[in-house]
Write a protein that binds this ligand. Structure first.
Ligand SMILES: NC(=O)c1ccc[n+]([C@@H]2O[C@H](COP(=O)([O-])OP(=O)(O)OC[C@H]3O[C@@H](n4cnc5c(N)ncnc54)[C@H](OP(=O)(O)O)[C@@H]3O)[C@@H](O)[C@H]2O)c1
Length: 344
């Protein structure tokens, strides 16, 4: 029944000249649970809220998120300095790693259809991963590796792409070369060790005492306990260094690279004077969403050449705890937020 007529029937007078039938009949905008940041600050600014569900643009897919990875950069995005640097504006939903199921596709999408299982690294400016739904472009998303869970898949994109772009795109690591990987037990390091081994390289990796076994299990040929030993005493004349630690570790790393070798840092500006002094090359890396590389990484996972280490999971509502853990700088493998039940 027409709503204004219904009201007349009940009250005996016409109380609404506007066609209420139109406004009330419109479907309510769908909402979702998400972590929303409305002000810069510590982990306490992460609020679990009901918020509008995003609509995919023509070049995006809408993904029903099953799990979202947590990275050190998520922590940085809450600070005004880094938010401005990444082009993030308040309010925003943090989170750059997702695994989920395509719900809907924009008009220009050709690679995916509804129901496809995907994982993605969402651009730093847009984020949106800590939510029940997120949007991704075809450059950001790839088919999820079939052999692992969504929880594991959510721990892959940012760190695996970083390791890949550092070792393969920048340093051109090849079979028979030796690579020193700092922080081998962390997110980036755990993938870097395995990517380097799959490439046929010899791997020297560093971590603290409790993670020495893990370095070996991931395939490192030599494990160095940085709390007990100077890595320079073990790693000499290496072809490539991957630095995810910076400061003194980076400063001491230039000297262990052989002439013509390469050093990549994820956390600092490379020092050209040091490169020149040692006759080596180097670069700082800013990881970029690259779906074809994510697809290559997925293949290596399904071929069992790379495994994903998820050390801890939290429900989406406990994103604060997850980010506090990541902020310690001593995470083993990955921390993942579980957003929904794993589909069968
Ligand atoms: N530029 C980029 O595009 C980019 C991309 C991804 C990540 N990053 C940055 O790279 C860093 C690592 O990221 P992540 O996700 O791998 O972090 P993570 O998961 O927190 O791992 C950090 C690892 O570093 C190890 N570590 C800490 N101090 C160390 C030291 N002095 N020497 C050797 N290892 C040490 C820790 O092992 P122990 O617990 O055994 O000490 C831990 O396993 C972060 O700062 C992140 O922001 C940059």
């Amino acid at each position: 029944m027409h709503v204004s007529r219904q009201l007349t029937f009940l009250t005996g007078i016409v109380i609404a000249a506007i066609p209420l039938s139109v406004s009330l009949a419109q479907p309510a905008k769908p909402t979702m649970k998400a972590i929303v940041v409305r002000e810069y600050g510590g982990p306490e600014v992460l609020k679990y809220e009901d918020t509008p569900r995003p609509e995919p643009k023509e070049d995006q897919v809408l993904v029903r998120v099953i799990a979202a990875g947590v990275n050190p950069v998520d922590d940085a995005s809450r600070s005004e300095k880094y938010a401005k640097f990444f082009g993030i504006t308040l309010p925003f939903i943090p989170g750059y790693d997702i695994a989920g199921v395509v719900e809907k596709t924009g008009a220009k999408i050709t690679k995916f259809k509804a129901g496809d299982r995907v994982y993605a690294y969402l651009d730093l400016k847009d984020g949106g991963g800590y939510a029940e739904y997120a949007v991704a472009t075809e450059v950001e998303a790839a088919a999820k590796p079939k052999s692992i869970s969504f929880t594991e898949a959510a721990g892959v994109p940012v760190v695996a792409l970083t390791a890949w772009q550092a070792l393969i795109d920048k340093a051109k690591l090849s079979a028979g070369q030796t690579v020193l990987i700092h922080g081998g037990s962390g997110g980036v390091g755990s993938f870097a060790i395995q990517i380097a081994k799959a490439r046929g390289a010899k791997v020297i990796a560093t971590a603290s005492t409790r993670n020495q076994d893990m370095l070996k299990q991931l395939g490192a040929d030599v494990a160095v306990d940085y709390t007990q030993q100077k890595f320079e005493d073990v790693a000499k004349e290496v072809d490539v260094v991957l630095d995810s630690v910076g400061k003194d570790t980076l400063a001491r790393s230039y000297g262990v690279v052989k002439k013509g070798g390469f050093i990549v840092t994820l956390v600092a500006r490379i020092d050209q004077a040091e490169l020149d002094k040692h006759g080596i090359r180097g670069a700082s890396l800013g990881v970029e969403p690259t779906s074809n590389e994510l697809a290559e990484i997925g293949k290596l996972i399904d071929e069992k050449k790379i495994r994903v280490v998820v050390s801890q999971t939290f429900p989406l509502s406990e994103a604060v705890k997850a980010q506090e853990q990541v902020a310690t700088g001593h995470t083993r493998g990955k921390i993942v937020l579980k957003v929904a039940e794993e589909p069968k």
